[in-house]
Design a protein around this ligand. Structure first.
Ligand SMILES: Cc1cc2nc3c(=O)[nH]c(=O)nc-3n(C[C@H](O)[C@H](O)[C@H](O)COP(=O)(O)OP(=O)(O)OC[C@H]3O[C@@H](n4cnc5c(N)ncnc54)[C@H](O)[C@@H]3O)c2cc1C
Length: 479
């Protein structure tokens, strides 16, 4: 409003101290920490928070996630994660960034608790976790949406913040010598406006919602990928483009993305079928195509989803028996979907319900059952209970599928987030390709690149919150 009045009266336009683009975990944490730090330092600290989505809408990723967090019972971050990152990225992931994250996460979690977020602590009894957290993980009561609501409750207590909904950032404004000084935005009436700021934070997510960029960076067949949650449509990669136009360096694999297998029949978003480890997964021709017991559940759920999308015509089917279902249900492993599994007293009957060939599925299950070694079945370790002579073999948890009723889910892969992003330093400042920080420009969350090849999960939420918090404080101190 102040800018509009100033343009009518000819007065100088409002210059915010910080312009934040995107109101997910990264943007909300930056905004609140900046406001608080400015108050502490006696600075004005005026903020414009720009958001493409509508007020009250669940835009972006943060408002949809359950937010599983790799934390132990004392809210300490998994100290083996940095090594896992090194392993799966073949040394490409920034180890200093991973170490900083490990150090800073407990402060982030305590900050959220101090701001009213409640956490559930879960000791997992059935699923072997690769996290070094003593079979423990944590998630917020009410999911990511509750975290954002608490942060917004605190943000809106400040009167020096303007939240601009239905406002899409399009371009960075710069001075002649390349210092960032605001953002050009497009309002819902289609008109362009300038929002001037001394510092700018880009925290507007990945490019899940941009088919052209998915095709360009990730490659063929991306048109067959649905989004796992509706809010992702707003993440159109504009932040990435804006930073690249400024000469920013990239980090993370530009062609990488994280997908998950969901129930094709579900009527809700994020209907993930987690437990591929504890049965077999076949393609539309009833053939197995992936070693379902290769590693822990969270270390393999992404890869089996990627193969379903890329190599199996987006169709796969999980098949198991009552030994497994009675053990795991009710529980999060198979109950994230809102549909009951298909069920039959025979494998052929189950195949008919799943819409695949009964004789072929029976043959696959029989071949699988007769190829299993006689090692004991132990869910709480990589038990070596494996098949021999199949292609591919199942290398752990190959329990026979022999006790009716038999159960199955039809599945497809959906896109959760893109890896590719901007390179930042440890204070979330955007780095140019020559290694120098681009003056006044910050970036955090999914838009900042980190992952290569595989995503060691339950970490994205914590990194968006943590590096958003760090950026907010740094920007206030640097004013
Ligand atoms: C269904 C689901 C489940 C997940 N589960 C987990 C989990 O269990 N654990 C975990 O660690 N991670 C999980 N993740 C990943 C995690 O939620 C995200 O990495 C994290 O929320 C990203 O936060 P962000 O602030 O970077 O982006 P977002 O939350 O996506 O926020 C970006 C915001 O920017 C806005 N925006 C986009 N472009 C513009 C623009 N040009 N101008 C203005 N505004 C713009 C968007 O509307 C959005 O509000 C999950 C993700 C999804 C979708």
């Amino acid at each position: 409003m102040a800018s509009l009045i100033s343009s009518l009266t000819g007065a100088a336009p409002t210059v915010y101290d910080l312009v934040v683009v995107g109101s997910g975990f990264a943007g909300s944490m930056t905004t609140l920490n900046f406001l608080q730090e400015c108050k502490k330092l006696g600075k004005t600290g005026r903020v414009a928070l720009i958001e493409a989505g509508k007020d009250g809408e669940r835009c972006g990723a943060s408002r949809w996630t359950m937010a599983y967090l790799r934390l132990d019972k004392d809210n300490k971050f998994d100290d083996a994660w940095k090594d896992e990152m090194k392993l799966v990225s073949e040394g490409l992931a920034d180890q200093d960034y991973c170490k900083k994250m490990e150090q800073e996460v407990p402060t982030t979690v305590q900050y959220l608790i101090d701001h009213g977020v409640q956490f559930n602590h879960h000791d997992e009894k059935n699923v072997l976790l690769e996290f070094n957290t003593n079979q423990h993980f944590v998630f917020p009561e009410g999911g990511g949406h509750a975290i954002i609501n608490k942060l917004f409750e605190n943000i809106t207590k400040f009167d020096n913040v303007d939240v601009m909904w239905e406002t899409m950032a399009e371009k960075l404004l710069t001075t002649e010598d390349g210092e960032v000084c605001g953002v050009q935005v497009r309002k819902s009436d289609g008109k362009l406006k300038k929002v001037h700021g001394k510092k700018v934070m880009l925290s507007c997510g990945g490019f899940e919602g941009n088919r052209e960029m998915l095709g360009r960076y990730v490659g063929p067949r991306t048109e067959h990928l649905e989004l796992i949650a509706p809010g992702l449509k707003y993440n159109t990669g504009r932040g990435l483009q804006m930073a690249l136009e400024m000469g920013a360096a990239t980090a993370g694999s530009m062609s990488g993305m994280h997908c998950e297998l969901v129930d094709t029949r579900a009527t809700k978003p994020d209907a993930v079928i987690w437990g591929h480890n504890y049965g077999i997964v076949v393609n539309e021709h009833c053939k197995r195509f992936y070693d379902e017991g290769k590693r822990h559940l969270f270390a393999t759920f992404e890869m089996i989803a990627l193969e379903t999308w890329r190599d199996q015509n987006q169709k796969s089917y999980f098949v198991t028996d009552s030994v497994i279902m009675d053990h795991f249900r009710p529980g999060w492993v198979y109950d994230t979907t809102d549909q009951e599994p298909e069920q039959s007293d025979t494998i052929e009957g189950l195949a008919s319900k799943l819409g695949i060939d009964p004789d072929e599925l029976k043959k696959t299950v029989d071949d699988y059952n007769s190829a299993i070694n006689d090692k004991p079945f132990d869910l709480m370790k990589l038990d070596g209970k494996a098949t021999k002579g199949l292609s591919p073999n199942k290398t752990n948890w190959a329990n026979p599928i022999s006790k009716p009723p038999y159960y199955g889910y039809p599945m497809k892969a959906q896109l959760t987030f893109t890896y590719g992003g901007i390179k930042c330093d440890l204070n979330s400042r955007v780095l140019a390709t020559n290694g120098a920080p681009i003056p006044n420009l910050y970036c955090a969350g999914e838009l900042s690149g980190l992952f290569y090849n595989e995503y060691p999960p339950a970490t994205s939420v914590l990194r968006s919150l943590t590096f958003g918090r760090i950026a907010g404080k740094d920007a206030a101190q640097a004013l």
